[in-house]
Design a protein. Structure first.
Lengths: 188, 866
């Protein structure tokens, strides 16, 4: 009996006997994989989200366990995407949790040949100081006799990958500082 | 669409399964072509000729939807006698100032009425309306760019337009249109586009048969249409055609822009763009003694919803400067910095090279790879004092000083580059709350799942705390320059150990509130007196009843096909814009199967599947009394409510810098002469400010040297990667699917240039030489154009030197000749050469480009002719 069970357990036998001749269904499962649960089943919570790649706006379900994102899938409830994700959207887990992400502030001093590390708060202060200085140096009350009340000393590029709320604060802050060269991918 | 927006493409396939015909017009054969009924490979850069040919077919064969055209477009409007068409002037319109490279649009006007653009290039008429000014300031306004303001419109300043409803008057728009496109015959289209007459006529017939009362057709486009020196006019040509066919404002109709980034629509609505304020209110341009009154007077129409621009603007100023904004100080209108021309991203690069722009923020963007003429981008950054890069990974724009192409070639050494670089890691969408606006104007909220790790922070956090620090550092300042930043409302609540600002509080400000602080529910509630605040008037309602409407997620299965309880679409949660046009002038659906909204006579209101994009209780039989303004001035048969005349425009009398009707021009660089006109290129394309040793143009259209760059290359994307690769080349899954840069060539071109499949090729333009793996494929179709064989070189542009999948950036090849309306670069069509083998290394790489420039006789003047 044991031998028979053993033989019946062979994938190739199951392929031929279980109606899965191409071995792309149940026959491909091993005993090990038969007892695996999807990460989605054991997640602590499911958070509703939106795919961050293109502008179709496919719904995503983000599965969280022990305060870590463990899986991201298409949201079947979405009238936009009906649960589908494309190759890019399907890679969202790697985009958000993969090894290519950098988590440290890095600093390259003028004429430097390599990165250095910098505490976040120090970097924020240094950036704020540079903005204030550059703004003053590049300040233009007037151009050709017409009031401009602005600086052309610094510029920004980006926003199409960001949230509306982020774009709103960027536009609000930079405009209040007098910057006009505020641009994003929508131009490009 | 199947490559770049695959999940959206499922609906195209759904439509196909229900009998729809899918036509794919594209120089290359993609996964879209594979699933389409017809694939039409056409020469890159010739879409206006192709679409213009269809317009000619529709007009000559009386295939237009006459009732729709007469009722809802400006077809019958009569133009002034001064107007001269490209047919009269061999390819240019009246009003061209060759020295200034700009058009005076005054000869494009309506008879008996002066029309101004209600958006688009509105400020063009500042001098006429507000007085003063001179030619120079007009030119600088011309160059400042308003064209991406969505939906141009017009306003009667004085008088009433003369309209011939029979469309017979020789100067009416309809007749002008007929003459303008009369020479866009099937044979001409075939000769220019490299498409057979039979295939072209097949497309014409399918489109005409599938439009009208009972049926509608839709156009879908992406940057294949926008990234040209005539990009805006590409879309305009489609708009003319769709108006003639009655395909706007109706279900299954429209012209759909598929946008490439999750919130690129949102970043245009709430613009991180130089020329706009939130909700497409223009950024003020520098004029003498300009106050809020003269700004509103010059920029806003008297009719249509833009007539309330003062209420939108005052409410925005109140949301930014709160109690400091009062009627006595013009609501701090003076706090807004002023434009003096074009301050677009490419101008910014020139300002960096000139040393004027010293600091630069890159927020989730990678110009060292993703912008045209990538070398100029890097050289600009190498001339900065400081650079801040916020991204997930160490993209090329963060590391060019260390390992960029100029370092590799020895042209630059890190020791010589003075730029101070800050890299700040960004939080992902799973690590923050916020909304994206998708390509159909729908806001969807994503909820935070986890806290970001390490130093990673959201851009909301970064911007808020940066502003907080700057305000603290300047708190004691009495300098007038600092008033706008010190008076700014900047007190957002924060949460958690990282002090993350509450994104929903920002959304509430965007939505706006009344004098009591209660959330508004509609932009119609906005007031001119400062009693309302609203950060973006078109988003007003997204937080109505203090509920985050963008976070609504009623499952699709529990809703009808409009699904209006999923997310929230601006304006007012309307899903199809201008949907009043889905009903006939009497308010009845054009046909039962295409019903969307209609007038319910018993209830005396508009109703239907979608939320009507029209005043709900305005009868189709309403006619405005003389002197009416704003929405009340729109008649019951004026569906285009943002347009000041309530009509859609076949002919654009104001608002575009390069002509009232689209005309076919060859790209900046083309091996082919313009077969339609003596004028080779768009005469007002934007190049003058950009002449630079690293941005040389090639000879075109049979000039001596054209033969040095005999092929047409086009850049594009594939399903496996995302834009410039910052979000895909660093991902092992995607890198494995498409591991390196490649070019696509036909077997015929491979034979001609001895290119081997899977071998290497070097592609050369007047700017750069890059190398790519060769893919020899029948997906690339050789074509016959103007009697000669023409080949394309296909270039996916996703790669750079960093990440797991690498290769030369295709954008090294591109030049900076731009569309004059919106300053977008022409990367969809360039002339090039291709040779077998890898590109030279080191200084030899530049030497190869210089040799090509010499052979083609290129100087700084080449290609800059009007």
């Amino acid at each position: 009996m044991r031998v028979r069970t053993w033989i019946e357990g062979w994938p190739v036998v199951r392929q031929l006997t279980d109606g899965d001749p191409l071995g792309r269904g149940a026959a491909a499962k091993s005993k090990h994989s038969a007892h695996l649960d999807p990460r989605t089943a054991s997640a602590d919570k499911v958070v509703k989200s939106v795919c961050p790649f293109c502008a179709v706006g496919c719904g995503q379900n983000v599965y969280v366990k022990n305060d870590k994102v463990v899986h991201i899938e298409g949201d079947p409830d979405s009238p936009v995407s009906r649960g589908r994700l494309c190759p890019r959207g399907s890679s969202t887990l790697q985009l958000t949790t993969g090894s290519s992400r950098e988590y440290r502030v890095l600093y390259r001093r003028p004429h430097g040949t390599d990165w250095e590390q910098l505490p976040l708060d120090q970097a924020m202060n240094m950036i704020a100081d540079r903005m204030i200085k550059t703004r003053r140096e590049g300040w233009q009350w007037e151009v050709d006799g017409k009031r401009t009340r602005r600086t052309t000393g610094f510029a920004s590029l980006g926003g199409a990958t960001l949230d509306n709320e982020e774009n709103y604060l960027i536009k609000k802050l930079f405009t209040a500082l007098g910057a006009v060269q505020i641009e994003n991918q929508a131009r490009i | 669409m199947a490559e770049c927006h695959p999940v959206g493409f499922q609906w195209v396939m759904e439509a196909k399964a229900r009998g729809a015909k899918v036509i794919h017009v594209d120089p290359r054969f993609t996964r879209t072509s594979a699933l389409a009924d017809i694939h039409v490979p056409l020469r890159a850069g010739t879409d206006i000729a192709f679409l213009g040919g269809i317009i000619n077919y529709v007009l000559t064969n009386d295939k237009y939807f006459r009732e729709y055209v007469v009722a809802y477009t400006n077809a019958g409007t009569i133009l002034i006698e001064d107007y001269r068409d490209t047919e009269d002037l061999d390819g240019v319109f009246s009003g061209l100032d060759v020295d200034q490279r700009s058009y005076d649009f005054h000869t494009w006007q309506y008879e008996g009425m002066e029309v101004q653009a209600a958006s688009g290039h509105r400020d063009l008429e500042y001098q006429d309306k507000a007085g003063g000014g001179n030619g120079r300031s007009r030119r600088s306004v011309h160059h400042s760019g308003r064209g991406e303001a969505h939906g141009s419109g017009g306003v009667a300043i004085t008088g009433v337009p003369q309209v011939d409803p029979t469309l017979q008057h020789p100067r009416c728009v309809f007749q002008v249109l007929k003459r303008h496109y009369a020479r866009y015959t099937p044979e001409m289209v075939s000769d220019i586009c490299g498409v057979s007459v039979d295939t072209f006529l097949q497309v014409c017939k399918l489109l005409a048969e599938n439009s009208g009362r009972e049926r509608t057709s839709s156009f879908v486009y992406s940057v294949g249409w926008t990234q040209h020196t005539v990009g805006v006019q590409y879309i305009r040509t489609a708009a003319v055609l769709q108006q003639l066919l009655g395909n706007i404002g109706r279900p299954g109709g429209g012209i759909m822009a598929l946008r490439g980034h999750a919130s690129i629509q949102g970043s245009t609505d709430i613009p991180t763009l130089y020329n706009l304020l939130p909700g497409y209110i223009p950024m003020p341009h520098a004029h003498s003694n300009e106050d809020l009154d003269s700004f509103i007077e010059a920029e806003s129409p008297k009719k249509g919803y833009w007539a309330q621009m003062r209420a939108y603007t005052v409410s925005l100023l109140k949301s930014w400067w709160g109690p400091a904004a009062t009627p006595d100080n013009d609501f701090c209108f003076d706090y807004l910095p002023r434009l003096t021309g074009n301050h677009s991203t490419y101008e910014t690069v020139m300002a960096q090279l000139a040393g004027e722009c010293k600091g630069y923020f890159l927020l989730g963007e990678n110009p060292a790879v993703g912008s045209a003429n990538a070398k100029m981008q890097r050289l600009g950054m190498a001339n900065l004092e400081w650079l801040v890069v916020r991204d997930f990974s160490l993209i090329e724009s963060a590391t060019w000083w260390k390992d960029g192409p100029e370092i590799e070639s020895g042209e630059l050494r890190p020791e010589d580059i003075g730029t101070e670089v800050f890299f700040l890691p960004a939080a992902a969408h799973t690590e923050k709350d916020g909304s994206f606006t998708n390509t159909q104007r729908m806001l969807q909220w994503h909820h935070q799942a986890v806290e970001p790790c390490g130093d990673a922070r959201s851009d909301l956090w970064f911007t808020f705390h940066l502003g907080r620090k700057i305000r603290e550092k300047l708190a004691a300042s009495t300098d007038e320059m600092d008033r706008p930043i010190l008076d700014l409302t900047w007190d957002y609540p924060t949460k958690g150990s990282l002090a993350e600002p509450e994104a929903e509080a920002v959304l509430a400000e965007i939505n706006g509130w009344d004098a009591e602080g209660s959330p508004l529910s509609s932009y119609e509630q906005l007031k001119e007196d400062g009693s309302t605040a609203c950060g973006c008037w078109i988003y007003c309602g997204v937080y109505s009843n203090a509920i985050n409407q963008a976070a609504r997620r009623k499952p699709a299965a529990q809703q009808d096909w409009i699904a209006k309880e999923w997310g929230w679409a601006w304006p007012a949660n309307r899903r199809i814009l201008y949907n009043r046009a889905s009903a006939d002038p009497d308010g009845k659906p054009w046909s039962a199967r295409k019903a969307l909204v209609w007038w319910d006579e018993d209830k005396a209101k508009w109703t239907g599947h979608d939320i009507p994009d029209f005043t709900a209780t305005k009868s189709p039989h309403y006619r405005p009394p003389p002197g009416a303004t704003g929405a009340a001035a729109l008649a019951g048969v004026d569906p285009f409510v943002m347009q000041a005349d309530g009509k859609s425009w076949l002919f654009v009398p104001a608002g575009l810098t390069d002509g009232p009707l689209p005309a076919h021009y060859e790209p900046q660089e083309s091996p082919v002469p313009n077969l339609l006109y003596r004028q080779q290129r768009n005469p007002v394309r934007q190049i003058t400010a950009m002449v630079h040793p690293h941005d040389r143009f090639e000879p075109s259209g049979g000039e001596p040297g054209t033969e040095v760059f005999p092929y047409v290359c086009s850049t594009y994307r594939i399903a496996e990667h995302h834009t410039a690769g910052g979000m895909s080349r660093f991902s092992p899954y995607l890198a494995e699917l498409a591991p390196e840069f490649f070019c696509e060539v036909s077997p015929e071109l491979a034979t001609e240039r001895r290119l081997e499949h899977a071998g290497w090729a070097t592609i050369i333009t007047a700017r750069a030489a890059i190398e790519a793996r060769v893919m020899v494929t029948e997906r690339m179709t050789p074509m016959t154009v103007a009697g000669k064989r023409l080949h394309h070189v296909g270039l996916p542009y996703h790669w750079g030197h960093s990440g797991l999948a690498t290769g030369d950036p295709a954008n090294e090849l591109a030049h900076l000749s731009l569309d004059p309306n919106v300053h977008i670069q022409e990367v969809k069509v360039l002339a090039c050469d291709i040779q077998p083998g890898r590109r030279p290394r080191g200084r030899a790489r530049d030497a190869l480009v210089e040799e090509y420039q010499r052979r083609a006789g290129i100087t700084e003047r080449t290609g800059t002719e009007v």
